[in-house]
Design a protein around this ligand. Sequence first.
Ligand code: FNR
Length: 350
Amino acid sequence: MLYISIQFRNIELKNRWVMSPMCMYSCENGVANDFHFVHYGSRAQGGTGLIMVEATGVEPRGRITNHCMGIWNDEQAEALKKIVDFVHTRSESKIGIQLAHAGRKGSTWNNLQIPVEEGWETVAPSPVPYHPSERIPHVLSIEEIREQVQNFKEAAKRAIKAGFDVIEIHGAHGYLIHQFLSPLSNIRTDEYGGSFENRIRFLLEIVKAVNEELDENTALFVRISGTEYADNGWNIHDSVELAKILKEHAVDLVDVSSGGNIHGAKISVFNGYQVPFSSQIRRETGVKTGAVGLITKVEQAEDILQKGEADLIFVAREILRNPYIAVQGSFEMKENCFFPHQYTRAKISS
Ligand code: FNR
């Protein structure tokens, strides 16, 4: 199955390998550079079905650090277009971008909050910092929430203009959207807080606004944390309910990660530890899902697909170690995988 194509709207992925979004903290003013060109380009040459560009801020305060990627201006979009064009003209990979807002987890370096003068005042649904030692974030007013929705919409517009095939909304890992979803970080009493329906409103408004910009030539994914591993926090049942609603709102795939919103949460980490969340969401809602988290072996990835636990395999650290995992897997499985015609002799081992 790894090498059986799959379609999302008009976008056909040639195989099920996805480069998971990974912040590289290597931009100045949010602009991609030669490092990113080689970094993403080499995964395209490695036969990766879909390359997901790292969390990209929809506004300056949406970054995690001063060196994160951004897409709130045309210079940033132009730099990304160069990468998109390379991928499209030199390989059969597709390329997506993860649109993100860090919320209360912004203004950091090496996972530590930096002073306002070196960073910025963070924003959040409620005056609840990620860690008690951190600054109280600015609470977004209703008007400011609407501005954030608009930021995602404008970012999507730029991403489409740059030629991206997939837009992924980052609703996981304790960043702004997740902060709205969780009753532990969202204690608002207006229409964006309290009930499940109110807490998912911000995400749904973003999904609707972004979808207004998309046609059949760009697919829409949403990454969520299946659970946040905390009593009374966001859990897998909430994720199943949310996934049903996302499916109704024309979201093409739910990319299922976990955690990130609760400091010090106890997480039992083992090979494929998040796959059961993807599996449950897929089984109970019929939505297409992506599995991620300690998937490092070709046979492990194939097994997940064969068992119907996911439709796509997102790989992060292993694809940093091995940009050619898709090509390598195709040799192991005696399947076909696209890779540069210049490398054709690699198919002959004797
Ligand atoms: C990540 N991860 C991540 N996730 C995300 O949704 N957006 C991001 O920008 C990042 N950034 C990031 C940077 C780096 C260096 C790493 C290692 C990870 C999480 C990543 O996409 C993935 O979900 C986890 O790493 C688990 O998958 P692996 O590494 O076990 O394959």
